[in-house]
Design a protein around this ligand. Sequence first.
Ligand code: MG
Length: 378
Amino acid sequence: MKVRVGARTDVGVVRDQNEDGYLAEGPLFAVADGMGGHQGGEVASQVALETVAAMAREQGPTLDLDAAIRAANDAILARASGDRDLEGMGTTLTIVREEDGRITIAHVGDSRAYLLRDGDLRQLTEDHTLVHRMVTEGKLTEAEAKIHPHRSILTRALGVEPGIQVDVDARQVSVGDRIMLCSDGLTGMVGEQQIEEILKSEPDPQKAADLLVDEANRAGGQDNITVVILDLDKGDAPAASTTEAGPTERVTVAAPPALETERVDLRAGDRGRWVRWAVRIGVGVALVIVAIFAARAYLGTQWFVGIQEDRVAIFNGIPTTFLGFDLFSLAETTDIPADEARGAGVQWRGLGEGITASSEEDARAIVRQIEEDIGRSP
Ligand code: MG
């Protein structure tokens, strides 16, 4: 069987770093979605992919994918230890290997593998997320999970602790099957129905990958987006074709158009020029005032749970500093020690960076969940 490959990774519209990565070295294909402050996320996904690629080159088709992911996990932990900037970095990793009409999938996290067969799209991996666990426990419906504010909180990821549990699955594939690997930057922005439509209507794997990334960006591009598509074709090429991992394409957000400058009328006297300048300055000041009020109104409706003096706390605003100003204020403190909370589960590791809540009530619900997770009854 021959594999035709299309692949693309993109920073998206909102983020300024691409922490996703992919591997397309037939017969091995993988997607990794890194997380962690500073350069951490980028380093974690790269270390994971490089570890697996190096092992594959050494061991060839005998490579045990479960062992490869566990080795990648160890490599990330080793790299993070002793480097404060990389501490707490992690990544998802979803690998597919194709051999003789069979694929093996090894997976940790919320990146996904899909199979498009006879026009039907099916997810082959299970998300290791808090919301997915709540769905299986009957606490949430699928529809609620899709829009849940904490849908990206992972229950399993590489880089968290030694001895990771890996999902491994194998299945037969046939000519005409299309496999897609992707990060949550695609599935978080584009519905499965629409993904299926695009995969069905575009036969070229590279063009299909490009269309999917474009669609995620059109929908808002709130996260990094990575798509790898494998088309299983007739043919007896021994190894799968490979596409070069191209440079990360950046999508530039169009800057707001500057105030249109009037064409200077050379004949206009000084008085006309002064009036025009006065009008421009007046408009500029008015725009700044409107922007400040809009920003204050917006920040007033935003909430997150973070850390204040080593204690878990609720904040109003967004966990960011802009031009030296904090875009948040402390709303409420608790007596929960931050270290204890961070140690209570993967989902609380991001407390230092702030965990976004959809409302003040939601922020309190997060605090209650933390209390529960550290074994305190609220
Ligand atoms: Mg992501």
